[in-house]
Design a protein. Structure first.
Length: 148
């Protein structure tokens, strides 16, 4: 069984090396513990039990810590600065025909209506969110003195 556990360590290690996330590192730890049980001449049933228990413990104890450390937070981009800004519709926004453009922050963006309504060219809109490279907008009330 010593060779079986050594093989398991190698296989799980290679699988871990070939994947982007942590997938089988816990099984490497479990197989190493089972290898020590095999070297201590424990029965095969005990070795398998040691493998299962140690793998499960390694997973349970380290997974939350690893997930927290690896979890990436969304990095804000310069595009986020248009959120909440007022823009002017340069091409009528019509979600059904996948048409529409808004000029905001010195750039023309593809835009879609948040409520699926048609917003004619020349109207002022507020940017609610960004979906890919499209702005999701809503019509604004008439604003006095706002220059876009």
């Amino acid at each position: 069984m010593t060779w079986v556990w050594l093989g398991a360590i190698v296989v799980f290690g290679v699988v871990e090396a070939l994947t982007a996330g942590l997938v089988s590192i816990w099984f490497v730890v479990g197989a190493a513990a089972a290898l020590f049980a095999a070297l201590a001449e424990a029965s095969v049933n005990i070795q398998v039990l040691v493998f299962a228990v140690v793998s499960a413990l390694a997973l349970a104890l380290t997974r939350p810590l690893v997930r927290k450390a690896v979890q990436k937070k969304a990095e804000p981009t310069n595009a986020d600065r248009v959120l909440g800004e007022i823009g002017q519709v340069t091409e009528t926004i019509d979600n059904i025909h996948a048409a529409g453009a808004v000029y905001v922050d010195g750039k023309t963006w593809t835009a879609r209506s948040a409520d699926n309504g048609i917003i004619p060219a020349g109207e002022r809109v507020r940017v609610l969110s960004i979906e890919g490279v499209k702005l999701l907008v809503e019509p604004c009330e008439k604003l006095e003195g706002v220059i876009v």
